[in-house]
Design a protein around this ligand. Sequence first.
Ligand SMILES: Nc1nc2c(ncn2[C@@H]2O[C@H](COP(=O)(O)OP(=O)(O)OP(=O)(O)O)[C@@H](O)[C@H]2O)c(=O)[nH]1
Ligand SMILES: [Mg+2]
Length: 375
Amino acid sequence: MEENEKMKETAAQAETENAEISAQETDAENAEVSAQEAETGDPADNAQEAENAGEAGSADDEESGDEEKKEKKGFFARLMEGLAKTRDSFRKSFNALFSGFSQIDDDFYDELEELLITSDIGVETTMKIIDDLKEKVKEQHIKKPEECRQLVIDGIKEQMRTAPAEYDFENEKSVVLVIGVNGVGKTTTIGKLAAQYRKRHKKVILAAADTFRAAAAEQLTIWAKRAKVDIVAGQEGSDPASVIYDAIAAAKSRKADILICDTAGRLHNKKNLMNELAKISRVIDREYPEARRENLIVLDGTTGQNALVQAREFKQAADITGIILTKLDGTAKGGIAIAIQSELGVPVKYIGVGEKIEDLQKFDADAFVDALFAD
Ligand SMILES: Nc1nc2c(ncn2[C@@H]2O[C@H](COP(=O)(O)OP(=O)(O)OP(=O)(O)O)[C@@H](O)[C@H]2O)c(=O)[nH]1
Ligand SMILES: [Mg+2]
């Protein structure tokens, strides 16, 4: 019965959506024209991008090996810099712990437990790390706290092991739906992602399906210009699902590799907004079944435990395939990445470490933990 109702609803929607297409197409075209006209924030950005794109194009194999090494070094340095606040707090408290105790006893474990929990690693993960550590200390007859420093680091890494994050969607024809609560960094992250894919010579199209906020399409348009990718937008107040419909048509006709869809911020408990998301999802399933689907939730790292709560709740409402954790540069609560990765069973795929176009990195759990403890 319920299923029937749903099907009727979908059929009715399909009709209205089809009726909307021609009107929407005009909107989309208008939006694209204005995208061309829109001022970009920083012309220097564009020049730099063009230069980078040129470099990537001309590199031969040997050079690209060097490039890769340079890239790796740059990656870790940027990670360390981006995590500066979390790093400071981690290293200070860990150094104090290891130098403050002369033997491993219950007080030491209590203090370690408190330290891990206050570092936003989460109660569940902390307990596992401590239990694991106690076993190893016993097995290896370790007596001095300093000797178990590396065991703690390894224990954290161990807890973060999940199925390896899947990036296949980046190399296939795909549609990436980006969701999350207000202000977490969805639009900014989409701009950064688009720039990265564009640099890898992918044809990217952005869908401005946040039709709720007046300036939302404009904001995404600026990012599209910076990243030098196409954008499809609708009018303010129009149905987000119909923008997605148009964007899929554009992706098909322009043979896009990756379509990235921006959505309005929403709380998981706002029923009509979650229904809207479900509708968007159905349109993608119906209109673009040949594209690989990626559903990314964006979480604001500065909100600590709250980010974990949001991810849990969204996970119940949508099929989340990956997490993007933003604003790690502005917080000492970066330990939340550890709790998220270990408690949710959904991989963190990217982290945001700043507001600029290049401030988005693929998440590597081992490198992340190393960066937290490195001198
Ligand atoms: N420091 C820092 N700021 C970030 C990062 N990612 C996003 N921001 C900032 O966070 C603010 C909100 O970003 P948006 O991209 O507009 O967030 P949103 O989720 O699209 O917001 P709504 O569309 O209103 O729900 C902006 O000021 C961004 O510059 C990051 O990794 N680091
Ligand atoms: Mg936005």
